[in-house]
Design a protein around this ligand. Structure first.
Ligand code: HEM
Length: 121
């Protein structure tokens, strides 16, 4: 499983942080404010995706930025209404897709905190 989802170019990651990040602060980190990092959360775990312009203000995946996008990632959806944390009611197949995205992000992006009050981790 080691090489699965591994980046082509090795990424040097920092030790994961456990800092609480409020949903309000997370929402401000949506790539629209250059003084803030761009963040995406999966299952309440917050990743810093600033270096990938795909999540930036004019990127293809900006819909995920500043949110816990678990449901959308599980469902392979880009709909803003799917960019919510709730994933628990989804079928196993989609839960597996979500776990694969979690692995993908874990190998590329620093974990900078946890969404405050997240219950579905
Ligand atoms: C026509 C459909 C789609 C095309 C052509 C497409 C294309 C791509 C391409 C070219 C990449 C970059 C791969 C790389 O960096 O090596 C990518 C990454 C990605 N795609 Fe898509 N995609 C499509 C649909 C979707 C959908 C529906 C989702 C919803 C979950 C999605 C989510 C992502 C995510 C999260 C990444 C990872 C970006 C990263 O590196 O952090 N894509 N896609």
């Amino acid at each position: 499983m080691g090489e699965r989802f591994a980046p082509k170019v090795p990424v040097q990651l920092d030790p994961p942080k456990d800092d609480p990040i409020s949903p309000e602060e997370l929402s401000k980190c949506d790539g629209s404010d250059s003084s803030r990092p761009t963040l995406v959360a999966i299952k309440g775990v917050v990743f810093d995706v600033t270096r990938n312009s795909m999540y930036g203000a004019s990127g293809s995946y900006k819909v995920f930025a500043g949110k816990d996008a678990s449901r959308a990632l599980a469902k392979s959806s880009l709909k803003p209404e799917d960019c919510v944390p709730d994933w628990y009611d989804l079928p196993d197949k989609e839960k597996t897709v979500l776990d694969e995205w979690y692995q993908f992000f874990s190998k590329r992006y620093n974990i900078v905190g946890k969404v405050e009050g997240a219950t579905n981790t």
